[in-house]
Write a protein that binds this ligand. Structure first.
Ligand code: NAD
Length: 438
């Protein structure tokens, strides 16, 4: 898909004219360093020492003040988890502002706080909740591929904090910005930093193309055995993806009565178990509300929402997703902000978010996490159906919102790591910022 604006922007003429050039984002590749440049670890919280020690063990240089660094900083990790009074928020400015000035391209700001939900003192809750507003706002100010994210710890979740910090520092989180991740004490032990999903079996629905195919590729890259699911009509493309990721293909319509049972059967008989399910299959059937016919309404609700509920009966039943499993549902920014012409789609995706919120509580005691990802505008065959002018506005708004022009055909992926409980919406730099939606 050509992007005329990006082509003009990166032309020699534009460069000579001094038009700001896009930053090439640091994307994860096996073998790349966790962070490019020293990491400032500061703040008086309960995790800073452990994070600094762990970074050292990973060969990453750490400093305690910006002036200690001889080079520009690759990242700054600020631990404000012990702040109990709003006056202490000033640490964020005192420690963070000079560090942000000294950040390299594609730098990272990670703030660690305490989950306000675990606190009762009013001033302390207010202080910790303030971090959310601050981090989302810092994220909006950062340029040149840098991101800012917040890790909220429940109790002494040191392994969970370390795992989240690792994700945010790495190239895996290139598109994750302004996000809040909660971690609790149930995460423990080290994971393989390069192939963290080794030994896991993952099912991805709607995997024949678009976002689903890319999810399958990433899960496979990270070590999982992938079962790629899509409708029989997409069988050829599905086989190509399944072969590419060295997984298996399962042709089925997710709305079929027995879809969940067939998924479990396929995963367990072919691969021995089922550890990860990504409910990604989805459709749009856009019309203004007043023109929405029954077929457009029903098909979107059925494919995007009801199928997940139905499949989950088998997937979460006996012999399905094992304890400690992971489920991710692909929602949409349209399910948060709504979108013109998409009452059916917006309803279905908001429903997915509700489903995730309720279900995550129900299965928490089995150590299963259920999360939602709410992407903004990602160019796929789904968005190719949008009229040209609307699509161009979508692209431009996305770029403006991201504060950096795209490199060619960029696919924004706003993915948030599984958190222990509840729903995390990876919804762009400001979390809930309305963007042109699909
Ligand atoms: P896409 O149309 O390119 O791919 C969707 C895939 O799902 C296709 O391979 C299709 O065959 C499959 N599918 C559709 N109905 C199915 C069914 N009944 N059973 C099995 N498979 C079925 O779309 P995409 O852009 O890759 O979207 C993937 C997901 O991301 C969807 O849930 C979509 O709503 C969501 N999403 C997309 C965007 C975007 O901008 N592209 C934004 C937000 C959310």
């Amino acid at each position: 898909m050509s992007d005329l604006f990006s082509t003009i922007l990166s032309s020699p003429v534009a460069k000579r004219a001094g038009v700001p050039q896009p930053t090439r984002l640091r994307r994860f590749e096996p073998g790349m360093p966790l962070c490019e440049g020293p990491v400032l670890v500061a703040g008086g919280g309960r995790f800073a020492d452990g994070v600094a020690f762990w970074l050292g063990s990973r060969g990453v240089a750490t400093v305690r003040t910006p002036s200690d660094a001889s080079d520009k900083l690759g990242a700054v990790v600020l631990d404000l988890s012990a702040a109990v009074d709003p006056a202490e928020l000033d640490q964020l400015r005192l420690l963070g502002a000079p560090a942000v000035k000294a950040l390299k391209r594609n730098g990272r700001v990670v703030v660690i706080g305490t989950d306000p939900a675990t606190l009762s003192d009013v001033a302390e809750v207010a202080t910790q909740r303030a971090l959310e507003g601050a981090v989302r706002s810092i994220g909006k100010e950062l340029r040149a591929g840098a991101t800012a994210n917040l890790v909220l710890a429940q109790g002494n979740a040191s392994d969970g904090v370390r795992s989240a910090v690792e994700f945010f520092l790495s190239g895996r989180s290139a598109y994750v910005d302004g996000q809040i991740v909660r971690v609790d004490e149930s995460t423990s032990g080290e994971v393989d930093a390069v192939r963290p999903l080794t030994g896991k079996v993952a099912v991805v629905t709607g995997a024949a193309r678009g976002i689903g195919a890319d999810i399958a590729r990433v899960l496979s890259r990270d070590g999982a055995t992938v079962v790629a699911v899509d409708v029989p009509a997409a069988g050829d493309a599905l086989a190509v993806v399944a072969n590419e990721v060295k997984g298996t293909a399962l042709q089925l319509d997710v709305t079929a009565e027995d879809a969940g049972r067939r998924i479990v059967e396929h995963a367990t008989t072919r691969h021995g178990h089922l550890d990860i399910v990504v409910h990604n299959a989805g459709i749009t059937r856009d019309r203004l509300f007043v023109n929405l016919d029954e077929d457009r309404w029903r098909s979107v609700i059925d494919v995007n929402l009801r199928s997940i509920l139905r499949m989950n009966e088998a997937i979460l039943g006996e012999g399905g997703l094992g304890d400690g499993g992971r489920m991710v549902c692909v929602a949409s920014i349209a399910g948060i902000a709504g979108n013109r012409g998409q009452v059916n789609y917006g309803a279905s995706k908001a429903g997915v978010i509700g489903l995730v919120t309720a279900l995550s509580r129900q299965v928490a005691d089995r150590g299963i996490t259920v999360n939602a990802v709410a992407p903004g505008f990602i160019e796929t065959e789904m968005t190719a159906r949008i009229p040209f002018a609307t699509r161009e506005i979508g692209r431009r708004m996305k770029l403006a919102a991201a504060g950096r022009p795209a490199q060619g055909r960029r696919r924004d992926r706003r993915v948030v790591r599984p958190a222990r409980h509840g729903c995390r919406h990876g919804a762009g730099r400001a979390g809930l910022r309305p963007e042109p939606a699909r």
